[in-house]
Design a protein around this ligand. Structure first.
Ligand SMILES: [Zn+2]
Length: 154
């Protein structure tokens, strides 16, 4: 089931950002998605990746994935019936501007619009502990970007 071929829903900059900060998308994760800025902390990157899942921005997911664990684009199979409806950051460890690593535990709530005759759940919560690292600079003097390394159910 190709989940990456759907057209991303329009997300006007003025709408509330899906990541739940309360800020408008254009002033929140939108800046990172457009490449105008890099997420300054592991938590900001985590939020922007959640928003990218919600908006089906696969290119952003790939470019914020550490090369060691980055899947091929064809492997990023987003469920077309799944809607991400709420993000709660539970705990963050390190991940600040002066750290090299960070961990974020979060809960992401979803709903499914699929038919549920087969007993599949209509909603659920993903609770994950994600690990982030700051990559080496891509050029001398360039900023070191936060990247998603991996995650496990928490
Ligand atoms: Zn956001």
């Amino acid at each position: 089931m190709p989940g990456t071929t759907g057209t991303p829903p329009a997300s006007p900059d003025a709408e509330r950002c899906p990541c739940g900060t309360g800020d408008a998308y254009g002033a929140c994760c939108g800046r990172y998605h457009r490449g105008e800025a890099d997420a300054p902390t592991a938590e900001a990157l985590m939020r922007s990746r959640y928003t990218a899942f919600a908006l089906r921005d696969v290119p952003y997911l790939l470019r914020t994935w550490h090369p060691d664990d980055r899947p091929d684009e064809a492997e990023v199979d987003l469920d077309p019936d799944q809607r991400w409806v709420r993000l709660d950051v539970v705990e963050t460890t390190a991940g600040g501007p002066f750290d090299d690593r960070g961990t974020v535990i979060f809960e992401a709530r979803w709903r499914s619009t699929a038919a549920h005759a087969d007993g599949a759940p209509a909603r659920g919560v993903l609770r994950e502990r994600s690990r982030f690292v700051r990559a080496a600079p891509e050029a001398p003097g360039a900023p070191r970007r936060w990247l998603y390394l991996d995650g496990e159910l928490a």
